[in-house]
Design a protein around this ligand. Structure first.
Ligand code: PLP
Length: 374
């Protein structure tokens, strides 16, 4: 069976963890954390990076940093992971679900514009499959209406919008290093702060609402509880693991991109013939090979395709249930999101991981072709 995902190890993870253990510095913000943050800052080119225990936590920190209060409205895509919305719902926000484009799961700025009210505080674009949202259009809406932009860049590492790295375009960016992402730490994430005037507050929010970080820099003579916060720091063992991955990012990306392009080459002819759809990547966006997905004509075809692949030893899968229709939110869901619903019913993700060879991608694509031709 070809798995859907196989976490990739560079070989440096265990030696790095052994080094962290030998140093007996195990809690957060030690040397490995600092090195990861420096590497991330170099990769992203601007702003400040803070490791967190997950992207979910980075989003929760961002919700605190935006000062979200009960009754504030936050616009998120309907077609996304629970954490995008839940982070803001935890602060009492009213979640408003924007629809996707007709031909891509990313949030449509036209739908976002229709949801803005005087109570709107933030927009949370999700760069689905590592492909950038239209950040120019979203930033214009944010500027006109005085809104925060929090990028859910969980899938967006090593990808950009008009040459600018994802996660650096909004006020805050949230990354994930969950084992299903391109760069992994088991569980892990990062909060990227693009506003110099929010860096100190970000440190406080991440350190249980205390000014502990400023204290250790000698900027205050004692530290205490100064704001709301939580504990979002990963341990040094997580950072030691992550450093190995960040150091190998180019090799990891090259492998993923090779498999992705093999899929695309083989499947494009049949997509052009109308058997299924492949998403277009807009001119302003790059592809980081986080995901390879196609859209079936309908739910029945998708179920049959997944069954066919499974019988052929290939584990492919669907993705999100549109959050607007989730059991938790259905009672106050707002306008329908038909495009998001279509992706819920028709989208198929093929296996994609760094160890998936081009020959594997060929075999999987051949199986997809066989299904649609028969
Ligand atoms: C993976 C993912 C998350 C959650 O990341 P964790 O690190 O597991 O908390 C949030 N949003 C999106 C879009 C994701 O793909």
């Amino acid at each position: 069976m070809i798995p859907f995902n196989k976490p990739y190890l560079t070989g440096r993870e265990a030696p790095n963890i052994a080094e962290a253990l030998a140093a007996r510095k195990l809690s957060g913000d030690g040397p490995f954390t600092k090195r990861c943050q420096t590497m991330l800052e170099a990769l992203l080119g601007s702003g400040r990076a803070f490791l967190t225990t997950s992207c979910t936590d980075a989003l929760e920190a961002a919700a605190l940093l935006c000062g979200i209060q009960p009754g504030d409205e936050v616009i998120v895509p309907s077609y996304t992971f629970v954490s995008t919305a839940n982070a803001f719902a935890l602060r009492g926000a009213v979640i408003r679900f924007a629809d996707s484009y007709a031909d891509h799961p990313n949030m449509d700025p036209g739908s976002v514009a229709s949801l803005i009210t005087p109570r709107t505080k933030a927009i949370v674009p999700v760069h689905y499959a590592g492909v950038a949202c239209d950040m120019h259009a979203l930033a214009a809406l944010a500027d006109q209406n005085g809104l925060f932009v929090v990028e859910d860049a969980a899938q967006g590492i090593a990808s950009s919008y008009k040459g600018q790295p994802l996660g650096t375009l909004g006020d805050f960016g949230a990354f994930s290093f969950h084992e299903t992402k391109n760069i992994i730490a088991g569980e892990g994430g990062a909060l990227h702060v693009n506003r110099a005037d929010r860096v100190l507050q970000a440190e406080i929010v991440r350190e249980k609402g205390t000014d502990r970080s400023a204290f250790f820099r000698g900027e205050v003579d004692k530290y205490g509880w100064v704001s709301l916060g939580s504990s979002y720091l990963p341990s040094e063992m997580i950072a030691a693991f992550l450093l190995a991955q960040l150091e190998d990012i180019d090799a990891i990306q090259a492998r993923r991109l090779a498999a992705w392009h093999r899929y695309a080459e083989m499947l494009e002819p049949l997509a052009r013939a109308g058997a299924f759809e492949l998403p277009a990547i807009p001119e302003y966006a790059t592809n980081n090979a986080h995901m390879f997905f196609l859209l079936c004509p309908d739910l029945e075809t998708r179920s049959a395709l997944l069954d066919h692949l499974k019988a052929d030893g290939i584990y492919a899968t669907f993705h999100y249930q549109a959050l607007r229709s989730s059991p938790f939110f259905i009672d106050n869901a707002g306008p329908e999101t038909p495009h998001a619903d279509r992706f819920s019913h028709t989208l198929v993700r093929l296996p994609l991981f760094a160890e998936l060879g081009e020959d594997d991608a060929e075999r999987i694509a051949a199986s997809v072709i066989q299904f649609f031709k028969s």
